[in-house]
Design a protein around this ligand. Sequence first.
Ligand code: KG4
Ligand code: ZN
Length: 392
Amino acid sequence: MISKIFSWRPWRPGAIIRFFETINFTPGFLENIPGKPFDPMIVLGIDTSCDDTSAAVVADGRSVLSNVVHSQVEVHHVHGGVVPELASREHVRNIMPVVAESLSRARVGMDDLDGVAVTVGPGLVGALLVGLYYVKGLAWARQIPLAPVNHLEGHILSIFLEERAPSFPFVALTVSGGHTSIYHVEDYGRYTPMGQTLDDAAGEAFDKVAKISGLGYPGGVAIERMALRGRGDRIRFPRAYMGRDSLDFSFSGLKTSVALYMKRWRERGAGGDGVTLADVAASFQESVVDVLVQKTVTAAQRMGVKSVVMAGGVACNRRLRERLSQAAGEQAMEVYYPRPGYCTDNGAMIAVAGYHSLLRGERGDMALDVRSRFPIKALMADQGAGSAPEGD
Ligand code: KG4
Ligand code: ZN
């Protein structure tokens, strides 16, 4: 990395901007002077796990120099959900322009990269392969280290892209379209699964309920918007608490219950009984939020931690943020959320996770493959941590 001082080329146009963006203006900044401003470790992070092609440049696992996300919503919208084959094709089309844009916005060149991180799972196999093989070519051609990243670890660590981040240990709820899990996080790379969904993920439930209700895809935002005009206590949809001590989730029963309700609601004349679609959306949202909040706070209490992190696409939901902050506040806990752009899939969170794995000396090689299922416990085993309990 010392060579970075020479490759930094501060006389290049834009280098000054990059210099200032990279400086960490925190109270500890002065202590960092010998290394940080002149020798940041620059990592390119790439995520193609689902329907977004994303590339980001992050310095020292904290300062985002760029974060470019190419959304495929337009492509999948007409199909009411992500079509894997179309997603792979879109990634092939977009990966090079997205990387070029992220380097350009960060005002760095390929020569400035100290490493490249890529999501290897969990996700859609064809989609993941596009990112992985692009990165293999890049790492080989540039002779830079490659960090294979677990997507869920990326979501957990996305909080470190924010100025306001917790110290270890903390409890993290990752709640997205593919996952709903709670982890006890002791350090970078040290995650103990505490609970997970046994069927649908919370985001999947939002997407399916939106589809049933004719609100379109993607569903989370549509339901949230619709719910603003409704009453969350209007319909009592089921809450699956899965037993007194369980921290696992189940959302498929709720989804079925809303589907049945919607069928009868339409038969009754869609609103003729005074219940609006907004009431259905708000009541559904309230059921999901109740369970997520209760289990997350219980997990934090059980581990005796005072910091709670919520990440993943569903963590954008304002009602969920409000309710979790309130419930955690009552227990004197602090809640930390990444901004919405870092909650939904992004390359920056992958760069953060990759940066820490490179610091630990982990390296991917050319034999790397993708993993459609990649539970955190497998990640821990890969790192030699061994005996993490069962769970995602
Ligand atoms: O993290 P993400 O971008 O991708 C996955 O890893 O799955 O999460 C996408 C999910 C989708 O299911 C989407 O409907 C949901 O996050 N989502 C929301 C909101 N924004 C996105 N769910 C509820 N409320 C929102 N505001
Ligand atoms: Zn995700």
